[in-house]
Each structure stands twice: as structure tokens, then as C-alpha cells.
Ligand binder design. Structure first.
Ligand code: FMN
Length: 165
């Protein structure tokens, strides 16, 4: 697991290869397993498989053009009525869990932001409408990497503080 955390990186170019339902189920289970405030479990996931929807989103959503070439994508959503203060944090934790699980499964992924941007939330509502209480935090395009993902060493000893800043 630690190895997957250390080697995870954003993958934006994909092979034209099917991701199986078994893999999607593993990623969703990883998402659901994330910590959430008060164990309120506000998460919902929308799996995108329809190429027409993914292409529309990729063409209209800022910084998410890779959706046009992804095999599938997971929209990470949360019910703000169930977790009013923390739904976005709960959905962030789920998003990161999915990215790490994807790394373990050899599937490329990238966090594309919907929340907190009003314009992006509007685009998503146009193509994949959700009820008023269901907020979309992120969309994670998924695909087998077209090239070996680059491993970055981000450890920075200068930014680690003990007992005071
Ligand atoms: C909150 C958040 C929003 C992000 N939004 C986007 C996005 O809209 N489009 C995108 O291509 N990458 C997005 N990313 C991915 C970052 O660009 C990426 O994590 C960062 O450049 C570091 O690269 P790495 O993921 O390879 O370590 C986002 C990441 C986070 C955490």
C-alpha cells in the first residue's frame, strides 16, 4: 500500500483497452472504504461508461479533456444533507482512495475538479444531472496508461516541522 501511495501520479493518456467491471467494483469499494465524518457515509458514485457523455464532458469541462479518451470514469459525489459540514472532505478522502487503488491495479487515473468551481458544476449538471442535495466533487477518468507513469519524489524535509513551525 505504501508503495502505491509513493508511486501514484496523475495519468492523462490512456490505451484503448476495456476496464472490467471487477476492476470498477474494486475501485468503488476503495472509495466507500475512505474515512468519513461521523461515519455519516454520504458518498454516491456515478460510473461513466457512455462515450457520448464522456466526450461531451471532456469537451466542455475545464481541465478534463482526457475524459474523451478514458475508458471509464468515476464521478465522486456526496449527499450534503447527510454530511452538511464535511461532505466535500468525505468526497476528497474517497477520491484519493480510488486514485491509490487504481495505482495498485495498474489503472491510470487523475483527479479532475468539479467542486468548488461554479462553472464546472454547471457543466456537469447539464450532462449528468444530480438531485439538489447530491454534490459532485470530482470526476476521475480511468484508463490503462499509454506510457509508464512517472514517479515523482515529493518528500521535502524543509517542510516538516516538529512541535513548532
Ligand atoms: C483538488 C485537486 C484538483 C485537481 N484538478 C485537476 C483537474 O481539474 N485537471 C487535471 O488534469 N488535474 C487535476 N488535478 C491533478 C493535479 O494537477 C496533480 O495531482 C498535480 O499536478 C500533481 O501531480 P501528480 O498527481 O502526478 O502527483 C487535481 C488535483 C487535486 C488534488
Amino acid at each position: 500500500m505504501l508503495d502505491n501511495i509513493l508511486k501514484r501520479s496523475s495519468v492523462r493518456r490512456y490505451e484503448d483497452k476495456e476496464i472490467s467491471q471487477e476492476m470498477i467494483d474494486l475501485l468503488l469499494n476503495a472509495g466507500f472504504s475512505a474515512p468519513c465524518s461521523k461515519d455519516s457515509r454520504p458518498l454516491h458514485f456515478i460510473v461513466l461508461e457512455d462515450k457520448v457523455i464522456m466526450t461531451h464532458l471532456g469537451e466542455n469541462l475545464k481541465y478534463a479533456s482526457m475524459l474523451r479518451f478514458a475508458n471509464k470514469a468515476i464521478m465522486v459525489c456526496a449527499d450534503k444533507d447527510i454530511s452538511p459540514d464535511c461532505w466535500m472532505l468525505d468526497a476528497c478522502a474517497a477520491t484519493e482512495n480510488i486514485l491509490i487503488a487504481a495505482t495498485e491495479l495498474g489503472i491510470g487515473s487523475v483527479w479532475t475538479a468539479v467542486y468548488p468551481y461554479e462553472d464546472r458544476q454547471e457543466v456537469v449538471q447539464n450532462f449528468v444531472p444530480t438531485p439538489e442535495n447530491i454534490k459532485v466533487l470530482s470526476i476521475i477518468p480511468l484508463g490503462y496508461p499509454a506510457k509508464e507513469p512517472m514517479i515523482k519524489d515529493k518528500f521535502d524535509a524543509n517542510r516538516i516541522h516538529y512541535d513548532s513551525f
